[in-house]
Ligand binder design. Structure first.
Ligand SMILES: C[S@@+](CC[C@H](N)C(=O)[O-])C[C@H]1O[C@@H](n2cnc3c(N)ncnc32)[C@H](O)[C@@H]1O
Length: 268
């Protein structure tokens, strides 16, 4: 995998992932339940933003959380220990080279990881081998093409497009949400169900204005400013206007919408 653009490798980005996870907990996880004693592999756990939610909601399930990044795993371990959860073990590993035997897990959980891979189908196929027959996979991803807002702004769309373009140049796909259904079907999963989870934000929901529009989405776009300008994808004035216009959507009459996609499928 090309690591040119991966969320989660600096402290500001860690905070953003944590804000994202805590803001979206109900929207993304209200239906993430694993039975007691089930063995769940969390792939690409990063700094543990989802891990603590999974471990808390499913205290009797046994989580193995892996990531390729040692420093992210250290953060994740700290987080889980500070919460006092004892149902998670961490292991460093690359999706494409994991040491687990075939069919060692009942369930696999993947969140915001496929978007960074140049070969997501291969990743899903590898993970499928690790699931026992009758087990399941859950995949959660965003899709930046699902972004719209009031007041609309061409500059804001251009700034968002910078992130999409840079992620593409790094081998990833910021528009992968819409591809979860075809990817899981191609990998041979059964009973594939994808549910769109729309985040709708206006000033009647101040916690989403702060936690999602500002600290999650706009922060993510703002973070690619220098890279996008240096790569010549956009000029400084247009980018800065785009960011200003994204913040404008957080004012009293503003509206911001984004859709995540949560896929669930079975292995037979
Ligand atoms: C955006 S972070 C998502 C972290 C976490 N799932 C969350 O939702 O907050 C993507 C994570 O995938 C990990 N990752 C990327 N490629 C990987 C690979 N080939 N094997 C294992 N982990 C990988 C990165 O190190 C990073 O921690």
């Amino acid at each position: 995998m090309n690591n040119a653009y991966v969320h989660g490798y600096d402290p500001r980005e860690n905070l953003r992932l944590q804000d994202q996870a805590s803001t979206l907990v109900e929207l993304l996880h209200s239906d993430t339940f694993y039975p007691a004693e089930s063995r769940v592999l969390e792939v690409g756990c990063g700094v543990g933003a989802q891990t603590i939610i999974l471990a808390q909601k499913n205290p009797k399930a046994l989580f193995t959380s892996i990531d390729i990044s040692e420093s992210s795993l250290t953060e994740a371990k700290k987080k889980v220990e500070s919460k006092g959860f004892s149902n998670v073990r961490f292991q460093r590993g690359n999706i494409f080279n994991l040491s687990f035997g075939p069919e060692s897990f009942d369930h696999v959980f993947v969140c915001f990881v496929l978007e960074h891979l140049s070969n997501p189908l291969e990743a899903i196929a590898v993970l499928k081998k690790l699931i026992r027959p009758g087990g399941t996979i859950t995949v959660v991803e965003g899709d930046h093409g699902s972004t719209y807002f009031y007041p609309d702004s061409e500059a804001a769309h251009k700034a968002i497009q910078c992130q999409v373009e840079l992620q593409k140049r790094g081998g990833g796909n910021a528009l992968i949400g819409r591809e979860l259904f075809p990817l899981l079907i191609k990998a041979g999963f059964e009973s594939v169900r994808v549910s769109p989870r729309m985040v709708y934000v206006d000033s009647s929901k101040p916690e989403l204005v702060e936690g999602f529009t500002k600290k999650t989405f706009t922060a993510m776009i703002e973070a690619v400013r220098n890279q996008a300008i240096e790569a010549g994808i956009i000029d400084r004035l247009t980018f800065d206007k785009g960011i200003k216009d994204l913040y404008r959507t957080t004012e009293s009459d503003g509206v911001f919408c984004y859709t995540f996609f949560k896929a669930f499928a079975e292995k037979q």
